[in-house]
Design a protein. Structure first.
Length: 263
């Protein structure tokens, strides 16, 4: 009887919460602009301002990079911190879990498939693919300001190269795996480097993330300011790359440590 009463109270409370949240969402939604409406403030003022002034004010020919790394530098910083926290939480949840025992091979076909996964074909293919991915990841990082790419994409590419090297033991291109604790430290160093990049202008009389005030030059000429903006954007892109790479590797390692693979 007590269990039934508890379940009824729980169900009643859940229904009340759903109704309250739904009502609040409807009321709040009535005041928000319609998604996709051309007359919304974002489409009428902000977007046009970015398109018109991004290159002149940020000296970045890639408007996406200009918005993420300059106009919305605070937002990108917190997104980087959220990624770091996601790796931290994943490690906290899975760190004490036991490794999944290896499942027995049911038939010969599965055994052949398992052997082929790390066989000569995969070995030869990934010996070529991994270096190309690493080179492309670095290219994407350093060209994010003027073309497609940036820190998030570069970090993911470098982490994917590590993933391929990690799951194909026959390659052995690296010196070994990176421990999840080490990967988390690497990710924190990327976020910390981002913060340091924002603090440096404050020592030169500027605001947080004001790249034109980076203490790397004394000239106030337009050419010098362009170089400072380029340096500032590149620095935070490096921080984002290192953080994203560390986060993906940390999550990968904490999962692989609890999964049985043929070493």
């Amino acid at each position: 009887m007590k269990e039934n009463k508890s379940r009824k109270k729980l169900a009643a409370g859940l229904i009340i919460v759903i109704i309250a949240v739904g009502t609040a969402a409807v009321k709040i939604g009535a005041f928000l602009p319609t998604i996709g409406d051309a007359d919304t403030p974002a489409n009428s003022y902000v977007a046009n301002y970015y398109i018109t002034n991004a290159v002149k004010e940020t000296h970045s020919y890639n408007i996406v990079t200009a918005v993420l790394a300059d106009y919305r530098g605070f937002d990108t910083l917190f997104e980087t911190c959220v990624l770091f926290l996601s790796a931290l939480v994943t490690m906290m949840v899975l760190f004490g879990k036991e490794k999944v025992p290896k499942m027995p091979v049911k038939n010969l076909a599965e055994d052949k498939y398992s052997a082929a996964f790390g066989g000569d074909i995969m070995d030869a293919s990934f010996r070529i693919v991994v270096p190309i991915i690493l080179i492309y990841g670095i290219y994407v990082l350093f060209h994010g300001e003027i073309s497609l790419g940036g820190g998030f994409q570069a970090g993911a590419l470098i982490a994917c190269a590590y993933l391929l090297d990690r799951i194909i033991p026959s390659i052995r291109m690296g010196r070994g795996k990176i421990k999840e604790e080490t990967a988390l430290i690497i990710a924190s160093m990327g976020a910390f480097f981002y913060v340091i990049t924002g603090i440096l202008p404050m020592f030169n009389g500027g605001n947080f993330l004001e790249f034109a005030k980076l203490p790397f030059g004394s000239s106030l000429a337009a050419e010098s300011i362009v170089k400072l903006h380029t340096a500032g954007i590149l620095m935070i892109e490096v921080g984002v790359t290192v953080c994203v790479m560390g986060v993906i590797i940390a999550i990968l390692e904490v999962v692989l440590e609890r999964t049985d693979f043929d070493e």
